[in-house]
Design a protein around this ligand. Sequence first.
Ligand SMILES: Cc1cc2nc3c(=O)[nH]c(=O)nc-3n(C[C@H](O)[C@H](O)[C@H](O)COP(=O)(O)O)c2cc1C
Length: 324
Amino acid sequence: MDIGYTAAQLRTAAVDAVRAPSLHNTQPWRLRLRDGGIEVLADPTRRLPVTDPSGWGLRIACGAALFNLRIALAVAGSPAQVRLRPDRAEPDLLARLVPDLPRRPTPAEQSLYAAIPRRFSNRLPFWPDPVPADARWRLGEAARAEQCWLELLIGVSAVSAFGEIARSAHRVLERDPAYRAEREGWLRRESTPDGVPGSAGGPQGEPQDVLPTRGYGGRDRAPGRDFEPEPLVGVLGSMGNTAVDQVIAGQALQRLLLTATDVGLSVSMLSQPIEVPTAREQLRVSLGRFGTPQMALRIGYGQPGRPTPRRSVDEVLDLPVVSA
Ligand SMILES: Cc1cc2nc3c(=O)[nH]c(=O)nc-3n(C[C@H](O)[C@H](O)[C@H](O)COP(=O)(O)O)c2cc1C
């Protein structure tokens, strides 16, 4: 009996894995088939040296890709058992998936799976409609299901306190010409398989904005106007901050994003307050939560948009050579 995954199963699931989000759409992952196990590896050549010196963003992205893989395999009837960082001698090896007992997918897995190709970062202003309590609850459940927490900021003062931390982190980052150059290097004027296309960039930031925008070169907007009335801001956190915790947080992020898509919500991420250590600490203290903030999110009802491009799966797959 064949007890491992096949190259065909990996290839099919990889199409979903690569739909995961990543900093500047760098897609810093590799997928490998070894002894019937599917392995998720960080691709260090795609880490952003200035923006992501520690590799936090790389591991969040790989965790998100791992979550898509898990869901794709489960929906195909061959769910996985996952071991994170199975071999300490190979630090880039972040997860190994081996087949668990075959079973039918649950309705929840099917809904998350259907959301994979529909999810995208929506940087346009959201409608004023509030996010209802049941949707908020489902987002929190998504984080908890992956051993993380989600703090939704309630009230104008909590959001503006967050905004202050985020804007000051943004200013710190923007002061560094190497950081700006790195971001510019991943901006795309025309369609390419990686990087952030101008069409996805969202409007330019304005000084009165509560939340900073990343500066992905989106279109100008009327000066002096508010970006949106009152965004719902969430902070996703993990219990610790080891490499394994960050892979866990990446999975929680993706479950959260797919859950949001499934309930008709749009999300954009803002990680400036996570990337600047003092801001991250301020954020942690202001939330009064045990653990480490791993991502901040803007959540609401958005205008339609389009998923961004990805590299072909052939570029990320490492399959055993089959002799003729
Ligand atoms: C670790 C991480 C940090 C990110 N930080 C930001 C951010 O600060 N601002 C932003 O607009 N998008 C951010 N993103 C979203 C990426 O830019 C986005 O996932 C990527 O461009 C691919 O687009 P998609 O999400 O539409 O598939 C981040 C994503 C990840 C995984």
